[in-house]
Design a protein around this ligand. Structure first.
Ligand code: ATP
Length: 404
């Protein structure tokens, strides 16, 4: 079965439509540093407004622990959304309380309200089905139907993503539909050679993906924080770099499995080592086998892939017909450690085939480094979600919308 579409919800004029977006944007000192996820949510919001729906937007931001925290307020996001829509956007200072109820009741046809962060309510992410269900029921009182469009969270069994879709008539929004169309091309007969590039810092989340990806790809390029567990598995010392010591055996298994399957796992041959975590650190480029041989010794931190590695990755990427990339190659937010990510991003723009960048931080990285969205085949708003999709996992937030 395929996803239920917005049309399946019938006539929406005058209806209260809850739209579950992923407006989890990076913020620095209260300012949005990359509004990609807000922009990606616009087509659905605009389509609903044009139909005269009363649009009630819900989203999470960051990882508050089930209670309000000012730094995770969606207020700046509502302001940005109003600018991008060129229309007023109301804001409720709670999610299901008096402010939300009054703001929703005050909506005229075609108007929009953003409710405060879903994760200020413990029920949103509760493991307990009853607690999650109770929060979803409170949310359901604010709408007649649900349009689920937060692709970045479809792998989460959370109240607004999963339970609410079972209470209200529900359908997928245009962003989810667009994301799946591209990701489907990556799972159904991707054109070979197919390379997957993995980096970033959520190492334990992403290591598990590798076992599932190996039989599907021709090469797997490993950079970012994840690389150090691979280097350790090859017997190298990695100083104070990110390391998942309890995953070293698993990674050894991946290396053997890759050899058996004839898949290339490419790990860094050189890295940029820093004396400390900071833009003013002393740095040295060293062979990956000699991370502890610099003057920083065992306190050296690997914060980027080296130039030789970046060039090798770029060659493989350019020679591929299908490339999926998730996770920066280094701490790109700090200029001395951005080069690896820049080189990989530049190579992706030259792919003669389908290039996909997936993940909130990865998308922010390419934009921060000056690339534009149209230089890539697709920029996905979901990192974890797209990886789990590529793994072939069943995602709760999609299944509940009819996806099988
Ligand atoms: P999301 O899953 O939220 O969509 P993402 O998948 O794009 O995001 P993450 O796994 O969250 O990416 O990782 C991004 C972070 O990884 C960046 O903030 C970057 O600084 C950090 N990072 C990259 N390389 C290293 C490294 N060698 N050591 C420490 N941190 C690193």
């Amino acid at each position: 079965m395929t996803l239920r579409t917005i049309e399946s919800l019938g006539q929406l004029s005058g209806k209260r439509v809850i739209v579950r977006c992923d407006l989890n944007v990076p913020l620095k000192d209260g300012e949005i540093t990359d509004d990609g996820r807000v922009r990606a949510s616009l087509p659905t919001i605009k389509a609903l407004r044009e139909q005269g729906a009363r649009v009630v937007i819900v989203s999470h931001l960051g990882r508050p622990k089930g209670a309000p925290e000012a730094r995770y307020s969606l207020a700046p996001v509502a302001v940005r959304l109003a600018e991008l829509l060129g229309a007023d956007v109301a804001f409720a200072t709670d999610t299901v309380g008096a402010s939300a109820q009054a703001a929703v009741a005050a909506l005229a046809d075609g108007e929009v309200v953003v409710l405060e962060n879903l994760r200020f309510n413990a029920g949103e992410t509760a493991k307990d089905d009853a607690e999650r269900g109770a929060f979803a029921t409170e949310l359901s009182a604010l709408g007649d139907v649900l349009v689920s469009d937060g692709f970045g969270v479809v792998h989460r069994k959370q109240a607004s993503v999963f339970d609410l879709a079972g209470i209200l008539p529900s359908a997928a929004g245009l962003l989810i539909a667009a994301e799946l169309e591209v990701l489907d091309r990556l799972t159904e007969k991707p054109e070979a050679p197919y390379a997957v590039v993995l980096g970033g810092s959520k190492v334990s989340d992403k290591l598990g993906v590798i076992g599932h990806l190996l039989p599907r790809v021709n090469s797997l390029l490993i950079g970012g924080g994840m690389a150090y567990t691979f280097l350790a598995a090859q017997g190298h010392k990695v100083g104070a770099s990110l390391l998942e010591a309890d995953q070293i055996e698993t990674v050894r298994g991946y290396l053997q499995e890759a050899e058996r399957l004839g898949v290339k796992i490419v790990v860094p041959t050189d890295v940029v080592v820093a004396s400390k975590f900071g833009a003013d650190a002393e740095i040295a480029v060293t062979p990956a086998s000699g991370i502890e041989d610099t003057t920083f010794g065992a306190s050296g931190l690997g914060l980027d892939i080296g130039p030789e590695t970046a060039a090798a990755f770029a060659d493989i990427i350019r020679a591929s017909k299908t490339v999926f990339w998730n996770g920066p190659m280094g701490v790109f937010e700090l200029a001395p450690f951005a080069e690896g990510t820049r080189t990989v991003a530049a190579a992706l723009t030259e792919v003669d085939g389908l290039s996909v960048v997936g993940g909130g931080d990865s998308a922010a990285a390419v934009r921060t480094l000056g690339f534009t969205d149209d230089q890539f085949g697709h920029i996905s708003t979901g990192g974890g979600a797209s990886l789990e999709f590529l793994e072939g996992k069943r995602l709760p937030g999609l299944e509940v919308l009819g996806w099988q």
